[in-house]
Structures are given as structure tokens and as C-alpha cells.
Write a protein that binds this ligand. Structure first.
Ligand code: GDP
Ligand code: IMO
Ligand code: MG
Length: 495
């Protein structure tokens, strides 16, 4: 049943068309209403038989610090998508898809490519053509044929960006400014984008434009690297070499029909009834605006980024579903506070969870730090992205624990806080208030996934339902293992 709050003005119907509403109506059909309902009555009219239209966009957003299992859900829900769109980040992401035991690691190629869907790298992404072509090649070796389109407006990660990333991290080594980046040149590329000195994918098609961009930028970069940071620069700062290599990537992108005006491409897909799935990378707490700055990445994983970073309007993104992906505990790769981190007397437990959950960075192989679930962090995420639903992963990893708890609020300077404070220094001083939960035992998780939500242990359902209540969003899916089939699905966001 679709209910409509109407006013006569919004209907703009001539009086003689306001007939009795007795027939059927479908979404998008002109409404006619009984003339007996008065002007400005505020009466809610129920349209019998009318149904919600199918959601044509689903946006997947990491609710925590990245690595929540976004790739697994994009793959799962990618079945009903026509196009899967990355809207931010670059090859710093590491998304895992497991199909019948076969594991695919995706960094830049959208995860929907495992199912043969078209993948788009939107204007909000930063694209390293070297690693993109390598990744496509290695996916081909695994038997896939990725159809990847790249926005001409996306910025290009150049070799000197990687040098800058690593050089600056080395310089910050002994300071609390160190981020622990993936070293992929992400931050320096976004810096150049904002500084209006970047190279865009579209620039690779015109050697003169490419050369003139590089002739302006590269000497500055070289001077900073040599004179400020005192490093010896190499081929990464050689304009002729860069022009030759990158113009060649431009040609390959064109010859392979991979270049798109992404906003228009996606608009047409959407207008013609195609389902768009937006694949967020990273997570809310490492968002450049809403994360714990400066220990963040340099883009916006939050749902607003899906509109800005794809060229699809916020009305379209917002009219669909926005699903927050939650790991049932916390993991963090890289520097920064983690108030619920398992340390000291809980270090053994952290090791156990790390081993069981395979908590080692997909991109860098670094061991991930482990913490208890942080609900203030999740409230922050749900509000920043308007989550309409949740997927909670890794509940299998928590099975068999002796104790289980989550942080429901923080104590900060004598005050109880239910959301994350804005400064990272304050967040670091937050003391978690924990709430204990019943534990659950090991299960045959594949059987549980096949049977459905009610087959989950009752204690596990209590934990999930607590989250639903706190975040005011239903749990659509529960991850009980890495494989595509190891997801308990209550409903798909396309329904
Ligand atoms: P992403 O970056 O959010 O896509 O997540 P990653 O792929 O970096 O990390 C998630 C890891 O957990 C991967 O190895 C997944 O295969 C795995 N995974 C995803 N969901 C589950 C789950 O519910 N249970 C378990 N045990 N592993 C999962
Ligand atoms: P997915 O998409 C987890 C972290 C890095 C570092 C910070 C900045 O797999 O969830 P960057 O290289 O982006 O400048 O590093 O962000 N980071 C991630 N952590 N998952 C990711 O992606 C991440 N991408 C970047 O470890 O702390
Ligand atoms: Mg990852």
C-alpha cells in the first residue's frame, strides 16, 4: 500500500477531473481524488493496490573503518544490478568476493565484475591505469572478463603521487600525524585534484594537454621531493617518460572502449530502467570529512559521495536504499585511536579473532587491529549516510567466545556520549561503556544460511536486534562466512 500526503495544489488537477478514486493506480500514474475530500484537509489517502516502485539504486557504505565485508554484499546483491559503480577511492581498497571457494581480490575493478556486470569508476575515483590494467589481467587469468568503464573526469594517480605518499609517511614516521596509508598515492592525487593541478583520465587522450599539465606540475613536485624532503628523484618525475607511458594508457582505454562520460552514461542506464549499485570503498570513520581526521583516507565513502562521485543526482541516490555494512566487531588497519581496541589482557582474544577472521589487510597484508563493536561509531555512520538498512558480517567469527560485549556509549570528561566526538583527540580520550551479551556457539553456518534468519542462535539474533533498535534500520543480511552462499538474507534491498 502506498500512502500519499496530498494537497490540492500539488495535484494540480482541474475540478472536473477530481473523480472518485475507485480504479487501480500504479506508481507514477496521475492521481485523481474524490471531490468530497476538502482543500488542505491534511487527510492521508490510502491508494488500495498501489505498490512501492522497485528501488533502482542501492548504495553500499562501510559503517566503520573499512574491510567490513562490502565486497561480499556487493557481489551478493550484484545479481540484480545492471551496473556497479565505484564512486570514490582507488586501489587502496581491497574487496573480497568468494564464489564457491574461489576467491577474487578486487582493488579498483568494481566487485560486480565477478558476476559479469558492467563496472564504472566514477569521477570521484582516483585511477592508477597501471594497476587497473594489471588487475584486469589477473582477473582474466581467473577466468573473468571484466567490463570496466572509466569516467573521463576521474583523476589519474601518477607515479610521483605514490612517491609523495610514501615519502610523506616516512617523514611523519615518529609523529602522531602518521596515517599508515596504503602507499598507493591516494592522498597526493586528491590533493592535486583540489589544487587544480591534477591529470584527469580525459587528459590522457590528448598528448599536448597531458604534456602541458605535466610540464607545469612535475618540476614543482621534483623540487619539493628533492629540496624539502631530500630524496633522490628518478623516472617517476621524468616528463617525457610519463607522457609516453600515460598517453599509451589513454589509447588503451579508448581502444578498449572503456572511457565514459560517467554521469551521462549512468543517467541513461537509470532512465532506461537499469539498476545501479553503488559500491563504497573504505568506511565512514575514515571519511575525509566525517572520519577521525587526520587518520583518514582522502575521499568520501559516506553516501553523499555516491552522488558527487558518480554524477547521479542525490535525489536518485536518496530515493534508493542505502545499506550500512557492519562488521560484528571492529578491525582497523593503519594508525589512529580505537577506544574499544582489545589490548593487554585481551590481546590473546584479539589474536584469536584476527586468525579466525583472516584480519590481515587485503592490499598491504598488515595485521588488522581488533576491537569490540562500537555503537557510537555506528550511530554516527547511520546518521551521516541515512542508512535504510544494515548488513552485519562476521557473526561466525564471534562464535564460541567466552564473553561478548559491545560499547553502547562513551564517557568523555565526565559526560556520557552516544555518538563520536568531532575531534580525534577527544575520541581517543573516550572511555567505552560496555554492555554484555550472551555468546553463541559454533554452528554449521552454511546450513544456517540456507535455513534463514530464524536458524541463527537466539543470542546472535538478540545482538542483531539490539543494533536494529539503536540504529533504527533493519538488518537485511547477516554474514556467517566469506562465501557468497554464507549470507543469511532476510530481504534484498532491491525488494
Ligand atoms: P571490504 O573491504 O569491506 O570489501 O572487506 P575485505 O574483503 O577487505 O575484508 C573482509 C574479509 O572478510 C574478506 O576476507 C571476506 O572474504 C571476509 N568476509 C566477508 N564477510 C564475512 C563473514 O560474514 N564471515 C567471515 N568469516 N568472513 C567474511
Ligand atoms: P576497503 O575498501 C581499510 C586506510 C589506510 C590508512 C588510511 C589512509 O578495503 O574497506 P590511504 O591509502 O587511503 O591514503 O590510507 O585509510 N584504508 C583502509 N582501511 N579498508 C580500506 O579499504 C582502506 N583504504 C584505506 O590503512 O589508515
Ligand atoms: Mg577491504
Amino acid at each position: 500500500m502506498l500512502y500519499v500526503n496530498f494537497s490540492w495544489e500539488s495535484l494540480k488537477l482541474p475540478l472536473d477531473r477530481r473523480e472518485d478514486l475507485s480504479g487501480t493506480t500504479t506508481h507514477g500514474a496521475k492521481l485523481t481524488v474524490p471531490t468530497t475530500v476538502g482543500r488542505d484537509s491534511g487527510i492521508e489517502i490510502g491508494l488500495a493496490g498501489a505498490t512501492e516502485p522497485p528501488h533502482m539504486t542501492v548504495t553500499i557504505v562501510g559503517a566503520q573503518l573499512g574491510d567490513e565485508g562490502k565486497g561480499a554484499l556487493v557481489d551478493r546483491w550484484g545479481e540484480e544490478a545492471d551496473t556497479v559503480v565505484r564512486y570514490q577511492g582507488g586501489d587502496n581498497a581491497g574487496h573480497t568476493v568468494v564464489e564457491d571457494g574461489e576467491e577474487y581480490k578486487l582493488s579498483l575493478v568494481p566487485s560486480g565484475c565477478v558476476r559479469g556486470k558492467t563496472g564504472v569508476l566514477g569521477n570521484g575515483c582516483v585511477v592508477n591505469p597501471r594497476t587497473l590494467f594489471d588487475e584486469i589481467e589477473s582477473l582474466r587469468e581467473q577466468g573473468l572478463d571484466p567490463d570496466v568503464r572509466v569516467a573521463k573526469r576521474a583523476h589519474v594517480i601518477m607515479p610521483y603521487h605514490r612517491v609523495f605518499d610514501q615519502m610523506e609517511e616516512a617523514d611523519k614516521e615518529d609523529t602522531d600525524m602518521k596515517v599508515g596509508t596504503t602507499g598507493r598515492g591516494i592522498g597526493p592525487t586528491y590533493e592535486d585534484k583540489a589544487g587544480r593541478r591534477g591529470v584527469r583520465v580525459g587528459d590522457l587522450l590528448d598528448t599536448d594537454v597531458l604534456r602541458s599539465r605535466l610540464e607545469y606540475t612535475v618540476p614543482q613536485k621534483r623540487a619539493i621531493a628533492e629540496d624539502v624532503f631530500g630524496i633522490d628523484t628518478g623516472v617517476e618525475f621524468d616528463v617525457d617518460e610519463l607522457v609516453a607511458e600515460y598517453a599509451n594508457y589513454g589509447q588503451r582505454l579508448r581502444e578498449n572502449d572503456m572511457l565514459v562520460e560517467a554521469g551521462d552514461f549512468l543517467h541513461e542506464q537509470h532512465e532506461s530502467g537499469g539498476n545501479l549499485l553503488f559500491e563504497g570503498a573504505q568506511g565512514t570513520s575514515i571519511d575525509i570529512d566525517h572520519g577521525n581526521y587526520p587518520n583518514v583516507t582522502s575521499s568520501n565513502p559516506t553516501a553523499g559521495g555516491a552522488a558527487v562521485g558518480s554524477g547521479v543526482g542525490p535525489g536518485v541516490v536518496g530515493s534508493g536504499e542505502i545499506v550500512g555494512i557492519v562488521k560484528a566487531y571492529l578491525s582497523r588497519v593503519g594508525e589512529g585511536p580505537l577506544p574499544t581496541e582489545m589490548e593487554a589482557d585481551e590481546a590473546e582474544l584479539a589474536d584469536e579473532i584476527r586468525e579466525k577472521g583472516g584480519e590481515f589487510g587485503t592490499v598491504t597484508g598488515r595485521p588488522r587491529r581488533i576491537g569490540w563493536l562500537d555503537v557510537p561509531m555506528l550511530r554516527h555512520a547511520a546518521r551521516r549516510s541515512s542508512f535504510t538498512g544494515l548488513a552485519v558480517n562476521h557473526v561466525d567469527v564471534l562464535a564460541g567466545l567466552e564473553e561478548l560485549k559491545l560499547c553502547h556509549s562513551y564517557e568523555l570528561d565526565g559526560e556520557t556520549r552516544t555518538t563520536m566526538p568531532a575531534t580525534t583527540e577527544e575520541w581517543a580520550r573516550c572511555e567505552p561503556n560496555f554492555r554484555e551479551f550472551e555468546t553463541w556457539s559454533e554452528q554449521d553456518w552454511s546450513a544456517v544460511a540456507a535455513e534463514g534468519y530464524d536458524a541463527l542462535p537466539a543470542a546472535c539474533r538478540d545482538y542483531l536486534e539490539y543494533l536494529e533498535g539503536e540504529l533504527d534500520a533493519p538488518v537485511y543480511a547477516v554474514g556467517v562466512g566469506p562465501d557468497r552462499d554464507q549470507t543469511v538474507e532476510r530481504q534484498t534491498p532491491w525488494e
